[in-house]
Design a protein around this ligand. Structure first.
Ligand SMILES: Nc1ncnc2c1ncn2[C@@H]1O[C@H](COP(=O)(O)OP(=O)(O)O)[C@@H](O)[C@H]1O
Length: 190
């Protein structure tokens, strides 16, 4: 089983690249953002728990997110592997994943970060907000909160995975195809 964690700031292109990678490597794509948005739209119990945090650009509490993620993983017992997109986003979540995966005989294979400058990313998000209908992409204030959340809570994961020798970074600026190429060359060399 191969488990890839796609890592990057909001707007870095994780979702776009995940679409290509899941096909190429036959992986199950789990985007916590997409799962939350689905639950919000359908006004489920989970959606109700997540809404205020998401609306403010804050992270949803770890216990809620981790329980959801584990449920999703368990729905795919026969998969060739997972492409985690948007999870883990905190050290607590990374530890939870490192505890859970061995219970299904697996582990994180590698973490790959898509890197880009904040200025470019904020511009991308605002552009996406015009068409995606995502309210968290339309408001510069909310975007700023998401970056603050990233810097405080998610950035420490870089050190966490480096210590495990599992951290890889690719330049996230270029055409979609160029970036896919960079990611596949990392994965093919794992
Ligand atoms: N692993 C997570 N832990 C906590 N909250 C999460 C997680 N993944 C997604 N969320 C919530 O969903 C929102 C949107 O997620 P996502 O689409 O991945 O955002 P972005 O485009 O900002 O990377 C986040 O701002 C956060 O509120």
């Amino acid at each position: 089983m191969i488990n890839i964690v796609l890592f990057g700031k909001p707007g870095a292109g994780k979702g776009t690249q995940a679409e290509f990678l899941k096909e190429k490597y036959n992986l199950t794509h789990l985007s916590t953002g997409d799962i939350f948005r689905f639950n919000l739209k359908n006004d489920t119990e989970l959606g109700k728990k997540a809404r205020v945090f998401m609306d403010n650009g804050e992270l949803v509490p770890c216990e809620v997110t981790t329980a959801m993620l584990i449920d999703e993983v368990k729905k795919h017992p026969d998969t060739a592997g997972f492409l985690f997109d948007g999870y883990p986003r905190t050290i607590n979540q990374a530890e939870a994943l490192d505890k859970f995966l061995p219970t299904i005989g697996s582990s994180v294979t590698a973490t790959i970060a898509l890197e880009a400058d904040d200025e470019i990313l904020v511009a991308r998000l605002l552009e996406r907000g015009k068409t995606s209908g995502r309210s968290d992409d339309q408001d510069e204030e909310k975007i700023r909160v998401r970056y603050q959340e990233y810097n405080e809570k998610t950035a420490p994961l870089i050190g966490y995975y480096k210590e495990q020798g599992k951290f890889h970074a690719v330049d996230g600026i270029g055409t979609i195809e160029q970036i896919t190429e960079r990611l596949t060359s990392v994965i093919d060399n794992l």
